[in-house]
Design a protein around this ligand. Structure first.
Ligand code: NAD
Length: 358
């Protein structure tokens, strides 16, 4: 297959691109605007050539998308491009409405026009895979409830509301126009190449510098953590084997309170980097509780039984193995971290509409 991946320079998108390039024969066209969250250094080992091409394009740019479909003639789309950080969506929701809703609509329309022009056999095989989040379901009631595929949507933040909207658009394009869609809703990811505004990389990098480790409220929010490479494998499995029109929930069976996650990372760092800054006895001393995020959901947890039963996918990493790999990655990949922290990673931008030379 030739797969058009949107958002392939982001955290999960780059894991998907690395997975496709290293474990399959498929080729990739990576369409990414390179916002602050896009980082081509996360794809450093992958060179432009026959199996990989990069297009710096905004998914709201219909003429550019039409050109890419006409030139590249992909067999499938994996749509990951999005504004993804809840705190940013509270401070400035406009970009979330624009990319997550208008951008998904624009991509759907460009894809539909291209799909209608395919011969019957290619039209049958074509897939539009929309990658979404468990946050669309909102807060879970009680300690034992789990999100299933037909849990009612009740998003709490501008981010999750914009993702819920995009999910509805994708389902409508499947139902109304017959576009062969697939939808996945996944729990919180963590792992290498994660932008350090998110909890886990922020905690690792702040701890190493002796900076405070901010925790919202009491730190009792529960999230179901999935190692990003397990998510990438799940997405490929759904693309290759999923039934058209279906939704699959993806989760790690790893429910943890935020405070436990942060303490666990501190303990790993105490073992791996015992020369702590500022004479600390433990990195845990850096933990600071801060005012809770408005509208903060208490608990998310996924029932990933359907993707296991129907498609045979299971996560390979436990939380303990995945978080140890993640901490080690951040300790070993200091150049990637420095370039993100000092902003130099953004020099790779080409100007919107630019293309990397092949
Ligand atoms: P990310 O913020 O790390 O990456 C998003 C990527 O999309 C970046 O490379 C960015 O440059 C690109 N992008 C943003 N706006 C664009 C636009 N208008 N046109 C083209 N490209 C654009 O996000 P992520 O954490 O990798 O998440 C990827 C997808 O997975 C998102 O759709 C997100 O909602 C979903 N998801 C994320 C998680 C998680 O824990 N991170 C969990 C479940 C689902």
């Amino acid at each position: 297959m030739k797969i058009l991946v949107t958002g392939g320079a982001g955290f999960i998108g780059s894991a998907v691109v690395r997975h496709i390039m290293s474990c399959t024969d498929h080729s990739v066209v990576n369409v990414d605007k390179l916002t602050y969250a896009g980082n081509l250094e996360s794809l450093a080992g992958i060179s432009q050539g026959q199996r990989y091409q990069f297009e710096q394009v905004d998914i709201c740019d219909r003429p550019a998308l039409d050109r890419i479909f006409a030139q590249q003639r992909p067999d499938a789309i994996m749509h990951l491009a999005a504004e993804s950080h809840v705190d940013r969506s509270i401070d400035g929701p406009a970009a979330f409405i624009e990319t997550n809703i208008v951008g998904t609509y624009t991509l759907l329309e460009s894809a539909r026009q291209y799909w209608l022009g395919l011969d019957e056999e290619r039209r049958e095989r074509f897939r539009f895979h929309h990658v979404s989040t468990d946050e669309v379901y909102g807060d879970l009631d009680g300690p034992n409830a789990l999100f299933v595929e037909d849990t009612a949507y009740a998003p709490s933040s501008p981010y999750s509301a914009s993702k819920a909207s995009s999910d509805h658009l994708v389902r409508a394009w499947g139902r109304t126009y017959g576009l062969p869609t697939l939808l996945t809703n996944c729990s919180n990811n963590y792992g290498p190449y994660h932008f350090p505004e998110k909890l886990i990389p922020l905690v690792i990098l702040n701890a190493l510098e002796g900076k405070p480790l901010p925790i919202y409220g009491k730190g009792d929010q529960v999230r179901d953590w999935l190692y990003v490479e397990d998510h990438a494998r799940a997405l490929l499995t759904v693309l290759e084997k999923g039934r058209v029109g279906e939704t699959y929930n993806i989760g790690g069976h790893n429910e943890k309170q935020n405070l436990d996650v942060v303490q666990y990372i501190c303990d790993l760092l105490d073992q791996r980097r015992p020369q702590r800054p500022g004479g600390l006895a433990s990195y845990r001393e850096l933990i600071q509780f801060v005012a809770d995020r408005p509208g903060h959901d208490r608990r998310y947890a996924i029932d990933a039984g359907k993707i296991q039963r129907d498609l045979g996918w299971l996560p390979e990493e436990s939380f303990e193995s995945g978080i140890a790999k993640t901490v080690d990655w951040y300790l070993e990949n200091t150049q990637w971290c420095h370039n993100v922290q000092n902003g130099s990673y953004q020099r790779q931008r080409l100007g919107v509409g630019g293309r990397e030379a092949t």
